[in-house]
Design a binder for this molecule. Structure first.
Ligand code: GUN
Length: 297
């Protein structure tokens, strides 16, 4: 067997194309969707991610701001920046690139972002809405995995989905989204007793750990769908995932490559959330303005 290779770039492009008219409508109404990115320190990978998010913003005709802060930034300085972005009506989405340098409390900063601008979906309100199956901003990478499954015609209902990795950015929210689609979900992590044995029972195997070559062909059931969410840089400076692509593609029925799999979806869905946030904030503002007009009459 040789797996179908899922083209994440194509799925991401369709999502971005679907935003073009909405962005135009907002701009015609005087609202330019704006994403503010906050980058603390000089982590090269984070710099790259923020730059590519910015490029996509520009391509779509959206506004973007980048706040670059030194690694020595204090928690209070970061709080103050978030407060000013929360209060800035021209900013619709706020993204604090993770991880933050040592000594900064990312969870506290995530909780400070106004829920209506939380386009990353990491605030307690967004994550709470996810747990409660209520509408809200979904974290972009797990949402991207669900879009990939949907577009590949894979229905998780009744399937055994194994998620390797329990991060707040990917593993935990992805487990909840798979559960929402009626999969039976197992979450594995560094203390899982026999990772290969659990992985071999997966119909859908999602891997988000950050260890190149973690998943080898002997850990994959014949005919499984394999979603590689790992992003690692090799000694040669190339991007690679957590799955040994060359061997696993011979066992899986479908597989996502790295690069060109889940990554492009993360950015496309961040744009989707930002446009959504701009729409919601502007309609709320118009509603407020109407209410005032009403009061005056
Ligand atoms: N670091 C790795 N992935 C992400 C992401 O999706 N959002 C943010 N803010 N930081 C990240």
């Amino acid at each position: 067997m040789s797996a179908t290779i899922i083209d994440g770039k194509k799925i991401a492009q369709d999502i971005k194309d679907s935003l073009v008219d909405r962005i135009q409508d907002l701009k015609s109404a005087g609202v330019e969707p704006c994403l503010a990115a906050v980058l603390v320190g000089d982590d090269p990978a984070s710099q790259k991610y923020v730059a590519s998010k910015g490029r996509v913003c520009e391509k779509l005709g959206m506004r973007r701001l980048v706040h670059r802060l030194p690694a020595a930034t204090t928690q209070q300085e970061l709080r103050d920046l978030i407060d000013s972005l929360n209060a800035d009506r021209s900013v619709h989405g706020i993204l604090v690139q993770l991880p933050l340098p040592r000594g900064l409390d990312a969870k506290e900063i995530m909780s400070r972002i106004s829920p209506e601008k939380d386009v990353d979906g990491f605030s307690p309100v967004s994550l709470g809405n996810l747990v409660l199956d209520r509408p809200g901003f979904l974290p972009c990478t797990p949402h991207g995995v669900m879009k990939i499954l949907e577009s590949a015609g894979v229905d998780p209902s009744g399937k055994h989905a194994v998620v390797v990795g329990r991060s707040i950015i990917v593993g935990k929210p992805l487990a909840l989204l798979l559960l929402r689609k009626n999969a039976t979900v197992t979450v594995c992590h560094s203390k899982t007793a026999d990772l290969p044995a659990v992985c071999r029972t997966a119909d859908i195997l999602c891997v988000a750990v950050g260890k190149p070559g973690l998943v080898t062909a002997d850990m994959v059931k014949e005919g499984a769908v394999v979603i590689d969410i790992g992003i690692n840089v090799t000694a040669q400076g190339e991007l690679t995932g957590d799955v040994d692509f060359a061997s696993v593609r011979r066992k899986a029925v479908m597989i996502t490559p790295v690069p060109g799999g889940v990554g492009p979806l993360t950015i496309a869905l961040l744009m989707h959330n930002t446009v959504q946030a701009a729409g919601q904030q502007s309609s709320r503002r118009f509603m407020t303005a109407d209410a005032y007009a009403g009061d005056g009459n």
